[in-house]
Design a protein around this ligand. Sequence first.
Ligand code: NAD
Ligand code: UGA
Length: 466
Amino acid sequence: EQVHVKKICCIGAGYVGGPTMTVIAEKCPHITVTIVDVNPHRIAAWNSDDLPIYEPGLEDIVKAHRGTNLFFSTDIDKAIIEADMIFVSVNTPTKTQGLGKGFAADLKYVEACTRRIAAVAQSHKIVVEKSTVPCRTASSMRYILEANARPGLRFDILSSPEFLAEGSAIRDLHDPDRVLIGNLDTPEGHAAAQALVEVYANWVDRSKVVTTGLWSSELSKLAANAFLAQRISSINAMSAICEATGADVDEVAHAVGLDTRIGSKFLKASIGFGGSCFQKDLSNLVYLCHSLHLPEVATYWKSVLDMNDFQKRRFAQRVVASMFSTLTDKKITLFGFAFKNNTGDTRESPAITVAKYFREERANITIYDPKVPDRQVWLDLTEPGVVDDEIELRKTVSIKHDAYEAAEGADAIVICTDWEEFKNLDYERIYKGMGKPAFVFDGRLILDEKALKKIGFRVETIGRSG
Ligand code: NAD
Ligand code: UGA
């Protein structure tokens, strides 16, 4: 029978759960959406004026619907009991210990909420896997639900991976390229998928809502992120050739991208990709390949990660080499610490790796980012394996909240994040306050190299010879 969804519960109030459910509440006034989380601070922040994540456009929509048909709560059991459809949107980080450590996805949070659903549900539920998970995770969830639920209670499992990118989440959710829904090939599975199709059909053209088998849906998410990351590693590999030959990587990307078979997006060379997902999902895919006894396929995808590490290292080496092979006691100012523009998120940010290299060269580092909170910078740089002593760290690292102040007295500016505001700074003014020769290292190809050189800067840009 067809389920008409009236109440949705989303477990996990993070970068995915928060924006995704906010947009569902916005577009479906007839559905009540409750987002729950084990972290009371996060829920309190969602209920405050200071939301826990920065995402352009998000705040206005949250404020317009919060308390009407959008709720944030720590009462997980109540939300599960009341909902007809439950999204699982918890984090699935890379395992840091045990089998597959460094590669496999840690599914403990997914399992914990699956068990919770089984323990408290009193009626039929459609459970939607929103988290990014290894292929066939839905099957484990089904076992857990069926083994622990009240007798006679049925659950339907769907996979509906999320494709939003941070910084453009609201735009991506309002106007997605596609919405993917995977279901089991049973009458109940198709009916459950149809219920979710109807939710999205409130604002997404039906032709863009694609239904597939469960396993295809799960694998498509890993595949999409692997293809996107692979494009960046491919252009970054080209950037190294450009620097050695005099070709310009932006020109190469433009020329290559005009081929409609290739396309122009995701061909921007950089100091390397960051973010919570590319590294994690590729590692997850590599692990999956190994577990399926496909070592050649694993090696293929692993090389995308290796190229990314190489790019970050190569960029840091270029900085050192350009600055007369020593950074000792020099002041290096990082413009940007987030992993991309329009977000305060620093997970796997290449700026962290680059800062680590500079610290090893005994440089003094000043960091300016328009959105990253100070405490996050300290956390990232004191992470075990990077540097563990915050007192020591504060002797050589400082954080400023103004680009001009951060650049004062610096020997070099290193562009780590592609924030729009970095393009529009008064570089004449910055130049005057810097040590000479004043260097700019553009790791994002966003600055006007010619104009900077005219001012007097020595400029080194990714994908261009110096
Ligand atoms: P996140 O860390 O921002 O949020 C996850 C939330 O889940 C946290 O607030 C955590 O407290 C909560 N949680 C964990 N276990 C819980 C439990 N048992 N019960 C209740 N709450 C629990 O993570 P995220 O960035 O939103 O990512 C979530 C998933 O979505 C991941 O699988 C990720 O790969 C995937 N994804 C992320 C993005 C992105 O842009 N960040 C995009 C697409 C897909
Ligand atoms: C990425 C995907 O784009 C989303 O579709 C996916 O849902 C998400 O991962 C996920 O699964 O979490 P996100 O990591 O938020 O989204 O941001 P991207 O825009 O993909 O950027 C990732 C990294 O690649 C950033 O560091 C960015 O600066 C870098 N990048 C991106 C480049 O270096 N060059 C490019 O051309 C594009």
